[in-house]
Design a protein around this ligand. Structure first.
Ligand SMILES: [Zn+2]
Length: 475
């Protein structure tokens, strides 16, 4: 049988249709590419945009991973298409990873745009779009370290408080703990209880960035810095005789548990955390200059932090009365600070005065493992001069070698730090603080600990920091 050759007119039509289809396909890919890369950012970044939810109708939320690739949050999809966010470590990362139902917090909020963006192969994505199959969102690798998070959690135990572990020279947050915690896997079922008035534990509050505490003696870092600024050449000559109770007019300031420190140089008074010496010294300071210093160290200021946080507060200023001066100089009175803010001051001292912006997002990868974006350390500016940072490092080293920080004294590595036992209500046990870094001469790790109503910083908080430093420097 003779085959009929299609005429040239039919050929042209087939060709035209083919070109049209190819053109349409290319423009669809182009459109999706444009939407995902360009429009997507504006749509997803606006958390109040109703289209956000529609976006998650098209993309399966990506995974959050620890810095060594362990899954901290993933989405499980059933055959019927229903999805569930799963947190393999349960409560361990509760506040740092956050949650994505009932609003979004922690990393789930911070990484939302990336988790709902997909850098799958564009042709694959386009085919999925046409067939109604969801694309797979990008994965976000965080700075979090499972091992250090677990160590910090174990050391804090069942006590209320917070721990932050940071690299001072990069700002990477390696661990961030807040207790009491909640289980993100059962958040839906627990929600009504967690937000009810009968629940007084505030499990949903991220104490590490939102919990405001009196800084107690950790604030002596600022008091002594102001004294050094006012007496740059003679500050080492200051001396004080402590008999356990410092009297000033009608007011008295006691050293912790009435300890009598005797004759103290300023270095000894700082190492032993002598309240009397600091209350006396505080009265010599220029209250207005002290106010400026506190604001330079981020009190009453926005913090360079992408997580939800509370601002530290400092009220003392020119014209303050004696009681406020005495209290403020030893970290009591109206002054309040979050553990993250204290960690930032500590990290800046460890880093020659420069504060690196604390961060949690390390990089973004497509579901196929291709790198999409890398986050780099960023400076948040200088909190003090390099000379001042060096002087404070030296003083904080003495706290460990000769003073209240003996729990972190070891031959294995050298720690510089400051303890604090902060009173917050008469008749109740003090909040225990420790903030410091190691190695003192070339810092790689900064650790800040607060334990609520737990007693002395040296006895309670410093040993928690010790566990973390031990773990970090032994691996
Ligand atoms: Zn004393």
């Amino acid at each position: 049988m003779k085959k009929t050759k299609p005429d040239s007119h039919t050929n042209r039509n087939i060709l035209l249709i083919t070109y049209l289809m190819v053109g349409l396909f290319i423009s669809m890919i182009g459109y999706f590419g444009y939407f995902l890369q360009v429009r997507g950012e504006t749509v997803i970044n606006n958390s109040y945009n109703a289209r956000l939810d529609r976006f998650s109708d098209r993309i399966i939320r990506g995974e959050l991973l620890s810095h060594d690739g362990r899954i901290l949050a993933r989405t499980e999809a059933d055959e019927d298409g229903s999805e569930r966010r799963v947190y393999p470590y349960g409560p361990l990362f509760a506040h740092s990873v956050g949650y994505s139902d009932h609003g979004k917090t922690g990393l789930e909020a911070l990484a939302n745009f990336y988790l709902l963006s997909s850098h799958m192969n564009l042709i694959e994505q386009t085919v999925n779009e046409f067939s109604g199959v969801k694309n797979i969102g990008d994965n976000v690798i965080t700075t979090l370290d499972v091992d250090l998070q677990q160590t910090a959690s174990d050391a804090l135990g069942g006590r209320r408080g917070a721990v932050i572990v940071m690299e001072p020279d990069t700002g990477k947050i390696l661990a961030m703990i807040s207790r009491p915690e909640y289980d993100p896997n059962t958040l839906g079922a627990d929600w009504d209880f967690l937000i009810s008035g009968e629940n007084t534990e505030a499990q949903l509050l991220n104490r590490s960035t939102q919990g405001l505490y009196p800084p107690g003696s950790t604030f002596k870092i600022l008091t002594i810095l102001e004294y050094i600024r006012e007496h740059p050449d003679t500050w080492r000559e200051y001396t004080f005789d402590c008999d356990g109770i410092y009297e000033c007019g009608d007011y008295t300031i006691s050293c912790y548990h009435g300890n009598v420190h005797g004759h103290q140089t300023l270095e000894q008074a700082f190492a032993n955390s002598c309240n009397g010496a600091f209350a006396a010294l505080g009265q010599e300071l220029d209250a207005g200059a002290m106010h400026d210093l506190a604001e330079q160290l981020l009190f009453n200021q926005e913090l360079p932090l992408s997580l939800a946080y509370s601002k530290g507060s400092f009220t003392m200023n020119t014209g303050a009365d004696t009681w406020e001066i005495l209290q403020t100089s030893i970290g009591q009175g109206n002054t309040q600070i979050t553990p993250m803010h204290n960690a930032m001051i500590t990290a800046a001292i460890a880093n020659g005065g420069i504060l690196m912006k604390p961060y949690l997002l390390e990089r973004v990868e497509s579901s196929a493992g291709e790198e999409v974006k890398q986050f780099l350390p960023e400076s948040a500016g200088s909190l003090m001069t390099a000379d001042e940072a060096e002087a404070l490092s030296g003083l904080m080293r003495l706290v460990v070698t000769e003073g209240t920080g003996s729990a972190v004294r070891t031959d294995a590595y050298s720690v510089a730090g400051k303890t604090g036992s902060a009173e917050f209500e008469t008749g109740r046990e003090t909040h225990a603080w420790f903030t410091g870094f190691a190695p003192a001469e070339n810092p790689r790790l900064a650790v800040t600990v607060v334990v609520e109503e737990a007693g002395s910083g040296g006895q309670v908080a410093a040993p928690i920091a010790r566990s973390i430093f031990d773990r970090y420097f032994s691996r």
